[in-house]
Write a protein that binds this ligand. Structure first.
Ligand code: NAD
Length: 485
């Protein structure tokens, strides 16, 4: 497992365009979830390291924010190119650190597309003017916050790094990013590319380590004016408390989900079975918008279940660095144990139809795709995010009944409805309490130019090419008297 790529991988903290160990030389162990072997010792950023990184970003801000969008954009354009060139290496590093099969690696291509977009989008940061107040010309300015902090999860690390860094930098901010302790290697690789391009020192700083140390320092920091976070509701709440306790920094949150799909008798069942199975199986169910609750109409329940089971069983598990493999392990022991705990709860509350255990003959943290049937709505596995390949299927009779169940959750990230009845589809699109609704499609289906984010406890704010940039800009009203009455 300790391939040459991993042995030579950069792991150090990236501050002021230099790589350095943690200030106290502390490290944490990164293990492969497919073999349980140690793949790297990674620096654990200290409170002091986080403070130094923020100071570097603060010092870099005046010059960076004064540049033309063209000049800032050129750095992003070069980074897009280098990320594309490093695609295989990035895929390998995530495979060995968090277990995502290289066959499912899309971060580099999608990340590069986004960087290309933001390389030009800096020119769109316009305010407004108004002549509507007699005697005045009024206007708004859009201006960067200063130092932005970004805290990201491990399931698609480079994509989240880009989603946060690209609009923040294009808007003229500087940034300190904390990677996830479960997948720090690809972020450190991107740091190498940033150094190679020669970004001005301090504009991008990347720390590795755990949330309660460097993550908490960034959330409480008085010089961080905006924090952008993707991760669990648990950490989101702590970060929001820290923001409130310190300087009331702005927050942008993309949090967890418990996404439902509703399937009516007139749906194209072959498509439904394929898409819902893919949704809960992709990345071993470790996706915020994974379809983890399915409501199927009683008229087609048996037929759907037999097709769904067949699709979920068709997996090729194994070494995630093998391009033929499409089912990897859970990201680490903690994730594995959490998923297994939910499965045991599910066995008590619902009927186990498929799976229900780790995968035999695999020493890593592999879990079988698992289906529970007819689980009571108030059971813990119906309410909480599992983040594994585990899905609940329940039967419904009426629209009114199912919409009540669909919305009876604190989460609101993604919901979908499968039906050929257009009026019913739009009734559901209106009623479902979610940031995204799929009609005859489900997650991870998205669109490049549409906003993404959560209702209710699934998030605050929206990300997306036309939506993110504004989150990284302050608005200033300027009132100018011009002398007439
Ligand atoms: P997590 O919340 O445990 O960790 C996310 C990040 O927050 C990590 O970098 C972690 O170190 C940091 N963190 C943890 N405690 C912190 C604290 N007290 N202060 C500051 N930072 C802290 O989540 P995870 O396990 O990495 O990711 C899985 C979660 O992320 C799931 O809930 C999933 O639904 C969610 N997620 C949401 C989206 C979305 O777009 N809505 C996308 C991917 C993942």
């Amino acid at each position: 497992m300790t391939s040459t790529i991993v042995k030579e991988a950069e792991t150090r903290l990236f501050i002021n365009n230099e790589f350095r160990p943690a200030s106290d030389s502390g490290t944490f162990e990164l293990k492969s979830p497919s073999t349980r072997e140690t793949v790297a010792q990674v620096p654990e950023a200290t409170i002091e390291d986080a403070n130094v990184a923020v100071a570097a970003a603060k010092a870099a801000f005046p010059a960076w924010s004064a540049l033309s969008p063209n000049v800032r954009g050129e750095y992003l354009r070069k980074l897009a190119q280098l990320i594309l060139e490093a695609e295989d290496e990035l895929a390998h590093l995530d495979a060995v650190s968090m277990g995502r099969p290289v066959s499912a690696y899309k971060d580099a291509k999608v990340g590069a597309q986004k960087l290309q977009y933001y390389a030009s989008a800096g020119w769109d940061n316009h305010g407004q003017t108004s002549l509507l107040t007699p005697g005045f010309v009024n206007m708004t300015f859009k201006q960067p916050f200063g130092v932005v902090a970004a805290i990201i999860p491990w399931n698609v690390p480079v994509l989240f790094l880009v989603d946060k860094m690209a609009p923040a930098l294009a808007a003229g901010n500087t940034i300190v990013i904390k990677s996830s302790e479960k997948a720090p290697l690809t972020c450190a690789k991107v740091a190498q590319l940033i150094q190679k391009i020669g970004f001005p020192p301090g504009v991008v700083n990347i720390l590795s380590g755990h949330g309660h140390i460097s993550g908490s320092t960034l959330s409480h920091h008085m010089d961080v004016r905006m924090i952008t976070f993707t991760g669990s509701g648990r950490a989101g709440r702590l970060i929001q408390q820290a923001a409130a306790k310190s300087n009331m920094k702005n927050v942008l949150f993309e949090l967890g989900g418990k996404s439902p799909a509703v399937i009516f008798g007139d749906a194209d069942l072959e498509r439904v079975a394929k898409e819902t199975a893919n949704s809960i199986r992709f990345n071993s169910g470790q996706v915020c918008m994974a379809t983890s609750r399915i409501y199927v109409h009683s008229s087609i329940a048996d037929h759907f279940l037999s097709m769904f089971k067949e699709k979920l069983q068709a997996i090729t598990p194994g070494d995630p660095t093998d391009p033929k493999v499409d089912h990897g392990p859970q990201a680490d022991e903690a994730q594995f144990n959490a998923v297994k705990r939910f499965i045991e709860l599910g066995k008590k509350d619902g009927k186990l139809l498929l799976g229900g255990d780790s995968l035999p003959d695999h020493e890593g943290y592999y879990v079988q795709p698992t289906i529970f049937f007819e689980t009571p709505e108030n059971a813990q596995i119906m309410k909480e995010e599992i983040f594994g390949p585990v899905v609940n299927v329940n039967v419904f009779e009426s629209e009114e009944e199912v919409i009540g169940k669909v919305n009876d959750t604190e989460y609101g990230l993604y919901a979908s409805v499968y039906t050929r009845d257009i009026e019913r589809a739009l009734r559901f699109a209106k009623s479902m309490e979610a940031g995204s609704v799929g009609i005859n499609c489900t997650s991870p289906t998205g669109a490049f130019d549409m906003p993404f984010g959560g209702w209710k406890s699934s998030g605050i704010g929206r990300e997306g090419i036309h939506y993110s940039m504004n989150q990284y800009l302050e608005t200033k009203t300027v009132l100018m008297r011009i002398g007439d009455s």
